[in-house]
Design a binder for this molecule. Structure first.
Ligand SMILES: [Fe+2]
Length: 192
């Protein structure tokens, strides 16, 4: 287990971590976990302050680990996006909750093209939302959410918090044309 990374810049963090530990006792379902933890992440954002690390890169969005533990399993990251930066299409194999601190964040969900009546083997975007500062939304798995996240082409940076029901050092990415799903080391695309 990676030890917690102290952050003195988010005053709500110690309370948030303890509330998450209590809320995840008893092995809740993914739906129960998200229902319990969305208000906790919302309260962390409402408590103000800033994550310690805002480093960003022209090479792509950046991920910064704030907290990670195994029992019960959850992890919290800051992500920083310059305009027009996107994740690949991916899934996490776990529930997740996204909260926006600064700027706007686009979220696009994907499904098999066959679900849209398309005979091709790939994936198609079937929903898109834009989250504004203070917005907190959750997703569950299984069935896993296949999605990508990104910042608007115009504007300033976007900063978001991402809470997952697992350690998230790696996940799966998709080729939208073929539908192929492959394991991916997070550092290869996140420029941490
Ligand atoms: Fe994601």
């Amino acid at each position: 287990m990676t030890p917690p990374i102290p952050s003195q810049s988010l005053p709500g963090l110690p309370d948030m971590v303890e509330r998450c530990r209590v809320a995840l006792q008893g092995e809740p379902t993914p739906e129960e976990a998200v229902e319990r933890l969305v208000p906790i992440l919302r309260d962390l954002i409402a408590a103000g302050g800033e994550p310690d690390d805002f480093d960003c890169s022209d090479a792509g969005y950046t991920r910064h680990l704030i907290h990670e533990q195994q029992d019960p399993p959850f992890s919290l990251y800051t992500m920083v996006w310059r305009p027009g930066q996107w994740t690949p299409v991916h899934d996490h194999g776990a529930w997740g909750i996204v909260g926006v601190l600064e700027g706007e964040l686009h979220e696009e969900s994907f499904c098999p093209a066959s679900a849209c009546g398309d005979a091709s083997p790939g994936l198609r975007c079937h929903a898109r939302v834009t989250l504004s500062p203070g917005s907190v939304v959750g997703f569950t798995a299984p069935p896993d959410l296949v999605h990508r996240s990104g910042s608007p082409e115009q504007g300033k940076r976007t900063v978001s918090l991402h809470l997952y029901g697992a350690e998230m050092g790696s996940f799966h990415v998709y080729d939208c044309e073929t539908g192929e799903r492959t394991p991916h080391d997070a550092e290869q695309i996140s420029h941490v």
